[in-house]
Design a protein around this ligand. Structure first.
Ligand code: GLN
Length: 496
């Protein structure tokens, strides 16, 4: 076993006991990257030299008897939609190729202060728009469990990097499921925090009222650990909430006896895979065995989540993406006659087709004459969806659902059919619309050895409870922890 295969908390323990050095850890990480990255393609940028330099600095401090920072030795991968000072941040888009932010996102500063090392930036669907990472301008990422399948998206690079043991922890962003769905398809843990729990300063905006940054990790303990570091109020983000950050690790230790669990019947729709359903049923029995009470619950407006989301998200995106005009950032088209032809050519050449589709949809929904019928209506339905949850949480502590209707699908299977692709997020979108936290963790495998995820949804700022429920399940299930066996040779044949 090499060090990169361990979890972050195992590495932290070994470093504290001075059994290993940060340099050794980073060497194992980059050995793995050299071995598998060609087949996975999780990263857009790797900071190899900087990583090894920082590792040596940490080791020197430890040798001098200085205090060991809490995340020393932890290699973190960052979705390329989060600003990193001095390192290109392009959101998987040609339009931001070459953009080097002059500042760090708040989450980056918090990670660095805790001693984590940012090893690189991960691939993603352009501006977070997609569920398979196939909408990246720089080519798709492959699922480590089966290289012919997608890792999910839009944070597919982040989920694949952690699943392939190329990083211990990754940050993703979740507007409609982009942390939880790829975590599920890659067998990892992914948490979308409550809106306002983690600062969005330095997150390049897709849909501002839905976007949240959160972790993708190998287990629930690592998720709790990193949430403690990145959460909390930030003056630079006016939507971040000034609430104390609980000790998530401590609350995991408590049991779940008497926890009341609701299982929303609307999530077990037609189209949900039979293996997903039977695996989830088995998982629910484990929660029951641990003392939780389980009942069916109804969230009657669930069926409107998808259309509501695609109106609100595209409306906000059309406004947020107006800033990419060739003037201030990244790409500018050549051969233009005047200012407006420069805008037009830059945006035509710089954006991919899914981004263009959404800008058109969103502009239409916001246009005068249609605003009331589409955007305003969607906002009203959003309130109804939130009220469904409020009602459910007056009776239940958490809700449990599948994360994704199916395990990882094949590359190219859905990319030409946007509506089918949109259905991938049917179970994750409602939590974004309501602004509530939700975590996905592995609860089993398909017959073909693909991971299946379970989602736990909680009320606003109840990350403690969903982490506790997830931790208890993780410790007591009989699923068994598997690692993907990455078979590069097989993929090459297929790729030709
Ligand atoms: N797949 C959804 C979309 O395309 C969600 C994306 C996300 O959460 N960033 O909008």
């Amino acid at each position: 076993m090499t060090l990169n295969q361990l979890t972050a908390h195992e590495i932290i323990n070994l470093i504290r006991k001075k059994k290993i050095t940060t340099y050794e850890v980073m060497q194992d990480i980059f050995n793995q990257i050299d071995k598998v990255e060609n087949s996975i393609k999780a990263f857009l940028i790797l900071n190899r030299e900087e990583t090894l330099k920082q590792a040596k600095e940490i080791d020197a401090k430890v040798k001098n008897g200085e205090e060991i920072p809490p995340l020393a030795g932890i290699a973190v991968a960052i979705k390329d939609i989060i600003a990193t000072r001095g390192t290109e941040t392009n959101c998987g888009s040609k339009i931001l190729k070459g953009f080097i932010p002059p500042y760090n996102a708040t989450v980056i500063n918090r990670l660095k202060k805790a001693g984590a090392i940012i090893i690189g930036k991960t691939n993603m669907d352009e501006f977070g728009m997609g569920s398979s990472t196939e909408n990246s301008a720089f080519g798709p990422t492959h699922n480590p469990w089966d290289l012919e399948r997608v890792p999910g998206g839009s944070s597919g690079g982040s989920a694949a990097a952690v699943a392939a043991d190329e990083a211990f922890i990754a940050l993703g962003t979740d507007t409609g499921g982009s942390i939880r769905q790829p975590a599920s398809l890659c067998g990892m843990v992914g948490l979308k925090p409550t809106y306002g729990r983690v600062s969005r300063y330095g997150l390049l905006a897709y849909a501002s009222s839905l976007d949240q940054i959160g972790p993708i990790t190998k287990d629930v303990t690592d998720c709790a650990l990193i949430m403690k570091v990145i959460s909390g109020h930030d003056n630079m983000d006016s939507t971040s909430v000034n609430l104390e950050v609980p000790d998530y690790l401590k609350s995991c230790q408590e049991g779940i006896k008497d926890l009341k669990i609701g299982v929303p019947k609307e999530y077990f729709i037609e189209g949900i895979g039979s293996e997903v359903k039977s695996t989830l049923d088995k998982a629910l029995k484990i929660f029951e065995k641990l003392g939780a009470k389980i009942e069916e619950v109804s969230l009657p407006h669930t069926e409107y989540s998808l259309p509501t989301y695609y109106l609100i998200a595209t409306a906000e995106a059309s406004s947020n993406l107006a800033r990419y005009d060739g003037v201030q950032y990244g790409y500018r088209a050549e051969d233009h006659e005047d200012l407006s032809s420069m805008y037009q050519k830059t945006r035509s050449e710089g954006f991919g087709s899914e981004v263009k589709r959404r800008i058109m949809l969103g502009t239409y929904a916001l246009s005068s004459g249609y605003y009331d019928a589409y955007y305003l209506k969607a906002q009203k339905v959003r309130t109804l969806i939130k009220e469904d949850f409020d009602k459910a949480f007056s009776k239940y502590d958490i809700l449990i659902t599948p994360t994704s209707p199916t395990p990882a699908f094949k590359l190219k299977e859905k990319v030409l059919d946007p509506l089918t692709m949109y259905l991938s997020d049917i179970h994750t979108i409602p939590a974004n619309l309501a602004g509530i936290p939700a975590i996905s963790l592995n609860c089993g495998y398909s017959k073909t050895n693909l991971p299946i995820g379970l989602q736990i949804i909680g009320k606003h700022f109840s990350e403690e409870t969903i982490l506790r429920a997830a931790f208890n399940f993780e410790q007591n299930n009989d699923v068994g922890k598997r690692k993907p066996s990455i078979k590069p040779a097989k993929y090459k044949e297929v790729a030709e």
